[in-house]
Design a binder for this molecule. Structure first.
Ligand code: CTP
Length: 376
């Protein structure tokens, strides 16, 4: 149908971007993006009229795009464009362009793939930047000079890391160096958009990989400094305290592997952030912690606010998990009383299963025996 409508209007049309990438990777994909060399809104309306269900086309005039809902997927239509962003501005200057120009302004080679919808070569792959090669080699690379791609839209630095984590790909060295060089430009992007990418990264099968890339590129220090500060082993003479950054990442991976949802993963990330503030070095006993539960309870909303995460029910769940999780770990160092266990079970209520999952994820082999009593 799209091909017919495009043919009638005389617009060459292509399926582009994430859909083609996910098709090649045999991954499920939600939305289809169609780029035509012509007026995307007119094409969407022409396609809508040809469908028996007569779907309502939603037009976004300012963006020059239109969305067509179908029972299976949403299809977005846009005219091919060349785009350049003025320095220090988020508003792109958009002009109509050719297919070539449209592919060149995209973020990564694996997202700059097109499938022809034109009668003469229907289904033919358009791959100007060897995106298929990069899919095979498992590489994230920009189609143009990465300094240009990232200064056009600095959020793409987060997207590079997010795709690397989701797909378990490497970031090509020149692309990675450009992230490290351009990282400060992430400041012009809204926190909401940064956090969206962060959440996608956290939902990856092995989120530690994404966080390590964020840390080594220097982005983490800018977008989530409190987490970056967990890094580093502290030493006082003979007594070293474990590196909380890598420990937190291990707990996060354990939670991810056990199928934990986004909010349990956030609880894993936050479970140690309160500790540095409560940590004391006592020459007789070594490292000690005081007032964890309190800090866990207070820091969660502060961090959710900083990162513009939603402050509703999900935040309260995370806060409860962080607060209660700090309790058994603190208590296992002492004798565990039945009444302490009862109180924990009572307070955890509906969250008991997720709390236990988080505790298990945080158990080092040394602690295991002692905590086992809690888990039964
Ligand atoms: N794109 C881009 N730069 C961005 C965002 C998007 O070049 N900052 C392009 C890419 O070609 C991308 C397409 O627009 O494939 C669609 O973007 P989006 O829907 O955000 O991402 P997907 O690639 O579809 O991936 P996902 O659905 O996982 O977000």
């Amino acid at each position: 149908t799209i091909a017919d409508a495009a043919g009638e209007l005389g617009y060459p049309a292509y399926v582009i971007g994430g859909f083609v990438r996910d098709l090649a990777l045999e991954r499920p994909s939600k939305d289809v993006d169609v780029v035509c060399v012509g007026d995307g809104i007119r094409l969407a309306q022409a396609v809508g009229q040809r469908l028996p269900s007569r779907p309502r086309v939603t037009v976004f005039k300012n963006f020059g795009t239109a969305m067509l809902p179908t029972p299976e997927v949403e299809i977005e239509f846009v005219g091919a464009r060349k785009e350049s962003y003025r320095a220090e501005s988020r508003k792109p200057e958009v002009e109509a362009g050719t297919l070539e120009e449209d592919l060149a302004r995209r973020d990564f080679t694996i997202n700059a793939l097109g499938l022809s919808l034109n009668p003469e070569d229907f289904g033919t792959l358009v791959d100007r930047y060897d995106g298929m090669g990069d899919l095979r080699r498992k590489i994230i690379r920009t189609p143009l000079d990465p300094d240009i791609t990232f200064s056009d839209d600095p959020l793409r630095m987060m997207r590079a890391v997010r795709f690397a984590a989701q797909l378990n790909f490497d970031i090509e060295p020149d692309t990675f160096d450009a992230i490290a060089r351009n990282k400060e430009r992430i400041k012009i992007v809204s926190q909401e958009r940064i956090t969206d990418e962060l959440n996608k990264l956290i939902l990856a099968p092995k989120p530690s990989y994404g966080f390590k890339l964020l840390f080594s590129s220097g982005l983490l220090q800018l977008i989530f400094p409190r987490m970056a500060q967990l890094q580093g082993v502290e030493k006082r003479g003979q007594h070293a305290h474990k590196d909380n950054f890598y420990h937190t990442l291990q707990v996060l991976d354990n939670v991810a592997e056990a199928g934990g949802d986004l909010w349990l993963r956030w609880a894993a990330i936050l479970h140690d952030i309160a500790k540095p503030a409560t940590k004391r070095f006592d020459p007789k006993v070594g490292w000690t912690f005081h007032g964890h539960e309190d800090k866990g309870a207070r820091w969660t909303p502060a961090i959710f606010t900083e990162l513009k995460l939603p402050l509703g029910e999900e935040m309260r769940q995370v806060q409860k998990l962080v607060r209660l999780h700090l309790r058994p770990i603190a208590l296992v160092k002492e004798t565990v009383t039945d009444s302490a266990v009862r109180r924990l079970l009572f307070e955890a209520g509906d969250e008991i299963d997720r709390l236990m999952l988080l505790c298990k994820a945080d158990i080092t082999s040394k602690d295991h025996q002692r905590v086992a009593r809690y888990l039964h």
